[in-house]
Design a protein around this ligand. Structure first.
Ligand code: NAP
Length: 302
């Protein structure tokens, strides 16, 4: 068997083209332009690249983006104040803080400060809770993008065994919850899982987000499995690779995502989708009182 390579760039381009139409619609019908604020603290080169890509993607579809940059040693209260100001700004529909943050920050406090209604990364405690009970406000972008990829390929999850390798708050855990909401039987593996292969070999679909190159080898994958590689790792010679032995596993799987060009482009596209969805909600609830806002949950369809 030789797997079909899922072209994340192509699917992301389709989604961005839909985004462009939705942005045009908001502008033509209501005179509103969706706005995203991106907060970057410090000078981590990878974070700077991610932020640049997000800003560029916004421009591509007509979302207005604002970048707020702070020095590495900034006092957390100044960043929190900036978030509070953005929460009140009617031209801003999405706020994201690029992670990781320097060590003087308490991440949970920062995430809690972002208004639930503008939390387009979906990391606020309220949004995490919403995800648990299937009332998603903003689906976290990476797992949301993975579901879109699976849907695009017509891959069903209903009753399937899906194994998620990695249990982080931003990828593994939300992924597992979203898969459960799609009627999959989900196993979650992490660094302390004993004998990872005994789980992965049973997977109809395998989602790998551990950040360990070559973690998944062909003998750990069932013939015909769908393999989604979320990992992004840089090798000693500067090459980007995922967590899966791509060449070997592609011979056994039915579908596989490449790195780069698989999940990565989808993550940014879903950020655009969440920002537009936020702006559309804003437009529908014209008497939106930010100070006393208790979200009337619109259930996003992941
Ligand atoms: P993270 O916070 O470091 O979490 C990694 C998870 O993998 C943890 O749950 C860890 O287990 C688990 N893990 C580590 N080694 C393992 C092993 N040998 N076997 C099984 N599980 C293992 O990372 P993350 O933020 O979720 O990101 C994971 C990877 O995805 C990274 O390479 C990151 O760059 C990439 N990523 C890509 C995108 C994209 O858009 N393509 C988006 C986000 C992240 P413990 O919980 O037990 O420590």
């Amino acid at each position: 068997m030789s797997a079909k390579i899922i072209d994340g760039r192509a699917v992301a381009a389709e989604i961005r083209s839909e985004c462009r139409e939705r942005v045009r619609g908001l502008k033509d019908k209501f005179g509103i332009v969706p706005g995203l604020a991106v907060i970057l603290v410090g000078d981590d080169p990878a974070s700077a690249v991610y932020v640049r890509n997000k800003v560029r993607a916004c421009a591509e579809v007509g979302i207005r983006s604002t970048k707020l940059q702070f020095p590495k040693d900034v006092e957390p209260r100044l960043v929190m104040q900036a978030i509070e100001d953005l929460n009140k700004d009617p031209d801003i529909h999405g706020i994201l803080v690029q992670l990781p943050l320097p060590k003087q920050f308490v991440l949970a406090e920062v995430l809690r400060t972002i208004s639930v209604t503008k939390d387009v990364d979906g990391f606020h405690l309220y949004n995490v809770g919403g995800l648990v009970i299937g009332q998603t406000v903003f689906p976290p972008c990476t797992p949301y993008g993975i579901l879109k990829l699976l849907d695009h390929e017509g891959i069903s999850l209903d009753g399937k065994n899906v194994v998620v390798v990695g249990a982080s708050n931003i990828v593994g855990k939300p992924m597992a919850l979203m898969l459960m909401h799609h009627e999959a039987t989900v196993s979650i593996c992490h660094a302390k899982t004993k004998d990872l292969a005994q789980f992965t070999i049973l997977a109809d679909s395998l989602v790998v987000a551990a950040g360990k190159p070559n973690l998944i080898l062909p003998q750990m994958v069932r013939t015909g499995a769908v393999v989604i590689d979320v990992g992004i790792n840089r090798t000693a010679d500067g090459k980007l690779v995922g967590d899966v032995d791509f060449e070997g596993v592609a011979k056994k799987a039915s579908y596989i995502t490449p790195v780069p060009g698989g999940v990565g482009p989808m993550t940014v596209s879903m950020l655009l989708v969440n920002t537009i969805a936020s702006c559309e909600r804003w437009q529908r609830h014209e008497l939106f009182d930010l100070t006393n806002y208790r979200p009337r949950l619109e259930i996003a369809q992941p």
